[in-house]
Design a protein around this ligand. Structure first.
Ligand SMILES: [Zn+2]
Length: 478
């Protein structure tokens, strides 16, 4: 450790000494050409075999056949034959204010006696790089944090300054129809939509702080009427329109999802899971240009955690490339040895678990309906929730989308181009391998157009034109 550190310091000093003090601009690095791979560009176009991708100054200069994209003279050529080249993945639904385990969600399973919530939050705020690395290591080159503490806004710049981080967009605190207690004394992640005035003030607060979107957590509260909650959501949507921010809504029941669409939702971050979506839902989504992010697998993470808690068996971790940091892995394993007090949790959870399978079936059917109707579909995991781990959870999510009836290439377009679209302005230069776009790519050793699970066979991640072999990234995640 010390030797490594002093090596770094020495290297930095050397680099400083080597900077020429002539005042002349350094010559730009040569273009890089990735040659011989199969290009799957994220637009939905058929794959191009024996392709060339030319990268210049961190952007795609050209991508296509050897004829269309000749290797420029002096290029730094990398042979990627045998590989598939796809855009970096974009997770359109994540939360940096959650850990991937119970310590970030004491409402689900309370471990605050071991891991006080305020300390967990301070850790998340101070060390987001743990998750930056696990995203990049899993091929995820951009994410949308759709709800957290105000510090989530700062992650955008912190990620931009970290060469081993995804691009980050952030909506900031959530506007909630339900008065949720999960806050810390000095800061809120949930702003309660008590009435119309609170809704408009909440939106203006988000806008004043440069939020990328207004996120509404539309949870039916037993203490309020459906009309009252619809009124405050409509007010939030109206104010979002006035301040020019896109509206993102968490709504899992058809009734709430339709109110969200009436309020102008541009992105729905969950499936409708209580009943089939109807023609009115489809028509409103189409009129709005709404993006539907099905978030299929997050419930399964909760089930895995509860199962481990009830049976005292450590949950399996789906992390094929060793990207998840050691602290998270240790916490997940600890689920099996938590004190045996399952009765209250069991009583609370069992009725809900019983409904999960039925909900999942409805979610799959609705994804097919929405797809058939031509509504754009994004990919999002809700990472940060228990056992939905930042980074590798994208694989199971994409496989579930394929399992619900999307073709592999439809899933890939969802997880790249359409998810980038969901990010708003940040995403306009991301999501496809086309001239002018940021050179965020992944190299995989199997064909993702035959089976989306091929993306597990990740070999390298290119972020802003810089090639990171998987081994280097996996080591960073530890
Ligand atoms: Zn979420």
């Amino acid at each position: 450790m010390n030797a490594f550190r002093s090596g770094l310091v020495y290297g930095a000093l050397l680099a400083m000494l080597c900077v020429p003090f002539t005042g002349q601009a350094a010559s730009p690095p040569p273009p890089r050409a990735l040659v011989g791979g199969t290009l799957v560009d994220g637009t939905g176009a058929p794959p191009v075999k024996d392709a060339v991708v030319v990268i210049r100054d961190g952007r795609i200069a050209c991508a296509g056949t050897r004829v269309a994209c000749p290797v420029p003279p002096g290029a730094d050529v990398t042979d990627v034959s045998g590989m598939w080249v796809t855009p970096g993945l974009v997770d359109a639904h994540v939360h940096f204010a959650q850990t991937g385990w119970a310590d970030g969600r004491p409402d689900a399973l309370d471990v605050r006696d071991r891991y006080p919530y305020e300390q967990v939050q301070a850790g998340l705020r101070n060390h987001p790089e743990r998750f930056f690395h696990s995203y990049l290591c899993s091929g995820v080159t951009a994410v949308f944090d759709v709800g957290g503490y105000p510090w989530s806004w700062d992650l955008r710049m912190r990620a931009a300054n970290d060469p081993v981080a995804p691009h980050v967009a952030a909506s900031g605190p959530l506007l909630s129809t339900y008065d949720f207690w999960l806050n810390v004394p000095g800061e809120k992640q949930f702003i309660y939509l008590a009435d119309e005035k609170a809704a408009r003030e909440g939106v203006r607060y988000l806008a004043a702080n440069g939020a990328d979107a207004v996120k509404v957590w539309y949870i039916p509260a037993k203490t309020r009427s459906a009309e009252e909650m619809a009124t405050v959501v409509m007010a939030a949507g109206d104010e979002a329109r006035k301040v020019g921010l896109p509206l993102i809504v968490h709504a899992t029941d058809l009734h709430e999802a339709k109110v969200a669409l009436k309020a102008g939702a541009r992105l729905l971050v969950h499936s409708v899971d209580d009943q089939p979506v109807d023609d009115e839902f489809i028509a409103m989504a189409r009129a709005n240009g709404t993006i539907y992010c099905p978030t299929l697998t997050v419930y399964e993470g909760y089930m895995k955690m509860y199962n481990a808690f009830f049976t005292h068996k450590a949950p399996a971790v789906d992390d094929p490339n060793g990207c998840v940091n050691a602290v998270t892995l240790a916490h997940v394993a600890e689920t099996a040895s938590l004190p045996d007090d399952p009765a209250p949790v069991k009583q609370r959870i069992e009725p809900r678990l019983a409904g999960v399978n039925a909900a999942r079936a409805v979610m799959g059917d609705n994804l097919k309906r929405v797809l058939a109707a031509g509504i754009p579909i994004a990919m999002g995991t809700d990472a940060g929730n228990p056992l939905t781990l930042a980074g590798p959870s994208v694989y199971a999510e994409m496989e579930a989308m394929q399992g619900a009836g999307m073709t592999p290439i439809e899933v890939l377009v969802a997880a790249t181009r359409t998810s980038a679209l969901a990010l708003g302005p940040l995403g306009k230069d991301l999501g496809t391998i086309e001239a002018g776009k940021v050179a965020d790519l992944v190299l995989v050793a199997a064909d993702p157009t035959a089976d989306i699970a091929a993306l597990r066979k990740l070999r390298s991640v290119v972020r802003g034109g810089v090639v990171h072999p998987l081994g280097e990234l996996a080591a960073k995640g530890r």
